[in-house]
Design a protein around this ligand. Sequence first.
Ligand SMILES: [Zn+2]
Length: 387
Amino acid sequence: MRRTFSHYLPVNLIFGTGKAEVLGEEVARYGKRVMVVTGRGSTKKSGLLDRAKALLEKEGLEVTVFDEAEPNPLASTAMRGAAIAREKGCDVVVGLGGGSIMDCSKAVAFSACNEDPVFDYIYGTKKGSGALPLVLVPTTCGTGSEGNCFAVLTDDGTRDKKSLRDNAVIARASIVDPELMTTMPARVLASVGYDALCHCMEAYMSKICDPITEIIALEGIRLIGANLVKIYEEKKKGLTDLTVMDMDAWSAVCLASTYGGMVINQAGVTAPHGLEHPASGMRNITHGRGLAALTPVIYRRTIEAAPEKFAVISKCLGGRDEKDCVDVIEALLCRLDLRTTLSAEGVLAEDVEWMTQNAFKVSAAGLQNHPKVFTEEEVSRIYLEAL
Ligand SMILES: [Zn+2]
């Protein structure tokens, strides 16, 4: 256990079914002219964007909508949003949507105050000075962006996918309302839920995990193990009636997802995320599906380096010990219809060399914090085996 650490996470987490109703009041604490960052699709279709606008306008706020956030958000998109925010004099930003949208909204809030290319700040060649205040409203339970200081972006030119890390983009408030998550398609739920599990497992395994983070990460693993398949099966059956759905299970997975975001804020991610980012940066694949392809291969090669941690994870997921941990994870992936390979997701054998080099460029810290430090050759072999 780490005996010296600092644990800093100043976000007001507002959690619970129906809590989206407080959006207007909450945002009004921080500004008068709000930019709502969202995507082109689901928040419009579900009516959530209109509902959010009405709640904000009811408090007398002036609303500008930036609806260009895309999956695996590009740095250029965030810069475009930030330019509009400056032009309109926005003084607060709301991120309304899934992980990509929240990350884009964080980068918009940051770039509104820091005009140079955002990757200059990501690579540390420039130092940021603040960001517009942010309020986040997740509509998927996976990324946990509502509980951390990261905004994962992709550089349009180099395809580097890397996090902006700045305490200025920790949300002032995050409104986590499980009801908003229930409209996700089953396939999306499976991949984001698995992402959340990976955040908790990776933080727990990280060499820099502190004792507070450890206990939260383990509870996150347990909650997902006990509830994710249950709500996935509800989605597959096509249930939409909230009075029939198991809202306790939905709440548990949503909470675990926020936990996942919080724990990686402290302990970072490790090898699975470290190797997934080059794959989704290069081929724009779905993050959770990339993780599903990589995790079993990576973990089989890691058990020896941390058997006691694999034993604990296995038990949290209903298994026995370190020996069955990967089997238990694979069984969970099967039940989520998430057994896949990198090639099935669109990665090519010829990408392996670039991804290997890129992993050591964009994920150096994560690879160092993994219980087993892999060489370049080992990373290549992992990619090839996961293809
Ligand atoms: Zn992730």
